[in-house]
Write a protein that binds this ligand. Structure first.
Ligand code: NAG
Ligand code: NAG
Length: 335
């Protein structure tokens, strides 16, 4: 615990300080160095771009708090597949959006609205990839996360192919999840932290029925679930016995529920074996991540700081810059 704490303390200074020099020194990976602090202001192309985005997000958030988890999931689905290039926003029969893992993605209309505003103010300048990163930051900030620095200057990808979508299912095993995060240059700490995004939002029963009723084809629930929570969940997600049975949505964190608030209660639930997804509950069964969960459940501040850092890292995965890609005029279509 002490070591992780020290590690967080050391790296976080940069992550949430608003001084780009410190941030660079402390946290930037090779990919992040391609991006610029306040790109649109520095290059004088759209001085108020970030304010326009924030204003729109605040307007949407007032009427729908679920945009925070929806944008987070959209950003994750974009960045982990071919990098943060807004390829997830492109429409078409073979686009990433059509992959089964991306069923139920939302928040596209928010990005469209922000893009329309920006095209009116600064035509052809602000990329959809930056809009997605900025809007997610601002929405999760409204929900209770820190307002971490989003470096900008991303450009939009030209292609989107559902065959490239290798996002793991929410019912993924721990080892597969870990290998997946490592393949994107993220660490165990990043994974433990980003799983904390499940502090808000919903998932489908189909991703949890097996662990409730027939874990690993044993005909029994997973031994990792707290008995009282199992009873509660089993009511909401009965066994699937016939085709065409409805597939209800359940809250990923019943403590947060319809408030969709970002908090460290996710980690307290991990410790008392009340995680909804098996992969979240597995945080308890690995020494490193058990310590991280204990630390985050005790200190919301440590979780917030780590979240700021991991989000910055995720937002920099395989970004396109300079003359790569394009600046889309309509986020759903190539120019
Ligand atoms: C699932 O069952 C298989 C074969 O019975 C076993 O090897 C494996 O360890 C089990 N997995 C878990 C997560 O319990
Ligand atoms: C299971 O839940 C009960 C009731 O909320 C709680 O008192 C207990 O500590 C939990 N079990 C574990 C292993 O944390």
């Amino acid at each position: 615990m002490v070591m992780i704490h020290f590690f967080l303390a050391a790296v976080m200074v940069g992550a949430i300080s608003l001084c780009p020099e410190t941030a660079e020194a402390a946290v930037m990976g090779p990919s992040m160095q391609k991006l610029t602090w306040h790109y649109y202001k520095v290059y004088n192309t759209c001085e108020n771009a970030e304010n326009f985005v924030r204003h729109q997000v605040e307007k949407f958030y007032k009427s729908d708090k679920s945009i925070a988890p929806k944008l987070l999931r959209l950003l994750y689905s974009d960045c982990f597949v071919t990098g943060c290039d807004a390829s997830i926003l492109l429409e078409g029969p073979n686009s990433e959006r059509m992959a089964p893992q991306n069923r139920g993605l939302g928040a596209f209309v928010i990005i469209d609205k922000i893009k329309i505003v920006l095209e009116q103010r600064c035509p052809g300048v602000v990329s959809c990839a930056d809009i997605l990163n900025l809007a997610t930051r601002d929405a999760v900030h409204k929900a209770g996360a820190p307002s971490y620095p989003v470096f900008t200057g991303r450009r939009d990808g030209l292609t989107s192919d559902k065959q490239t979508v290798d996002l793991p299912s929410p019912s993924i095993s721990w080892d597969t999840a870990m290998a997946y995060f490592k393949s994107r240059g993220l660490s165990v700490l990043d994974m433990a932290t980003l799983l904390g995004s499940h502090s808000m939002g919903k998932t489908h029963c189909s991703y949890v029925v097996d662990r409730l009723h027939n874990f690993n084809k044993t005909g029994k629930p997973s031994s990792t679930i707290n008995k009282s929570f199992l009873t509660e969940m089993a009511k909401q997600c009965p066994p699937r016995t016939r085709k065409g049975q409805t597939d209800p949505l359940v809250y990923l964190n019943p403590d947060s529920g319809s408030e969709h608030s970002f908090s460290s209660s996710f980690y307290s639930r991990v410790l008392s074996q009340k995680s909804v997804l098996e992969v979240d509950q597995q945080l308890l069964y690995n020494d490193d991540t058990k310590q991280i969960s204990e630390e985050f459940s005790e200190s919301f501040e440590d979780f917030r700081k780590s979240f700021a850092l991991s989000m910055s890292k995720m937002g920099a995965i395989n970004v396109l810059t300079k003359n790569e890609g394009e600046i889309r005029r309509d986020c759903r279509r190539r120019n």
